[in-house]
Design a protein around this ligand. Sequence first.
Ligand code: ADP
Length: 269
Amino acid sequence: NRPIPLKVHGTEELKIMITAINTLMNQFERHEAWRNQLMQDLTHELRTPLTAVLSHLDAIIDGIYPLTTEHIQRILVDIERLYRLVEDMEKLSEAEGAQFELNKQEVNLSRLVQNIYEGFLFLSRDKEIQFEFVPSRTPCMLLVDPDRMMQILSNVMYNAIKYTPRGGHIQVGLLHQNGSIYVFCKDTGMGIAAEDLTRVFDRFYRTDKSRSRDSGGLGVGLSIAKALVEAHQGEIWCESKLGEGSTFWIRLPSHPLSILEQNRQSLTA
Ligand code: ADP
């Protein structure tokens, strides 16, 4: 993108101006489309729990339901769902919006993955899932934002536990290959159909609405993860077979150590 010239002397500068204005228009249109879609998705997601809360309250007021703890509890479940939705929307708009900054630091990704894995052990034991960590053979030093990495990896590991039935098996690990670091999370869960493999990264997308809803998911975890991985110039994708399990892959470019060294020197200078 060339800067818009301050003074116009001839057709060359006019052409630069037209290109710059077109680029701006395209960015604006993309942003508008993103915003409109977000509003549509959000309205759709808000309507279901709000309608449930309202109809429940109406039924109590009209004397159809008695005012018992059980009925208040049911209303609370929907209000909690609304609350989680608002929280997730905050995270999503932060991750997808342009305003967030990465606070990159030199991080041992293998250790970070292991820490998150250990944090989930309790939950996996609760479901009698065999959860295993496979460390990389070589060090995995990366310049990344550790908090965002934690968010990405937690979303993927949490899903693996959520969508793997009792007694299943999950493996999380790292590979260092051809200038990239790969993190994988392989489960023996319910799996994802081929036509859903890319769509699961769209916000509010759930493969099986009722089943995923039972697990409490809102369908934004993976879209947040995707936005954050892409902000690190990485990629995230999934390989899966319905009914057999899924493997989520995250590829992150690993910088030569000299870049990390330069970064260290500029930080200590
Ligand atoms: P949710 O909050 O619904 O879990 P996500 O964005 O994290 O939202 O995931 C989107 C959808 O992708 C889920 O609702 C589920 O249908 C599917 N999914 C994600 N991870 C897995 C997995 N490990 N196994 C099977 N399905 C998964």
